[in-house]
Unconditional design. Structure first.
Length: 131
């Protein structure tokens, strides 16, 4: 996010985290080639980061994400949706198909969005079989 890229102290204040922790996170992102140094600022190397279900970090990401979400203060702009339901296998596949179409629509939208925009958002879609 542009407003934080040159002012790490502002990012620390917004997240309520010490500068040492943010510096460590940025260095980790740099080692993973997810950010690059640009003058006195940092910028993303990719517009969108997606872990496939086959990625070895996927499960770790899910656990850490759920832990972070539990500690995060909700904002007015947040939108949450969770549903546990019973349906036929046919309907489950229809739901999966709809989710895939939605994901593709979001990817197209993100691809055409400006790279320098000042928002970072997260979208999770889980379709899990319980039994």
């Amino acid at each position: 996010i542009r407003k934080y890229s040159e002012d790490i102290d502002k990012l620390c204040a917004e997240l309520g985290k010490p500068k040492q922790e943010i510096d460590h996170a940025i260095k980790t992102l740099y080692r993973l080639n997810l950010v690059e140094s640009f003058g006195h600022a940092w910028r993303l190397t990719k517009k969108s980061i997606h872990l496939s279900e086959k990625d070895p970090l996927y499960k770790v990401h899910q656990v850490l994400l759920n832990s972070f979400i539990g500690k995060r203060v909700a904002k007015e702009t947040d939108m949450n949706f969770a549903m546990t339901l019973s349906c036929s296998e046919t309907d489950r596949e229809r739901i999966r198909s709809l989710a895939h179409k939605f994901i593709e629509n979001v990817r197209e939208l993100v691809t055409s969005s400006r790279f320098e925009d000042d928002k970072v958002v997260q979208l999770n879609i889980d379709l899990l079989d319980w039994i």
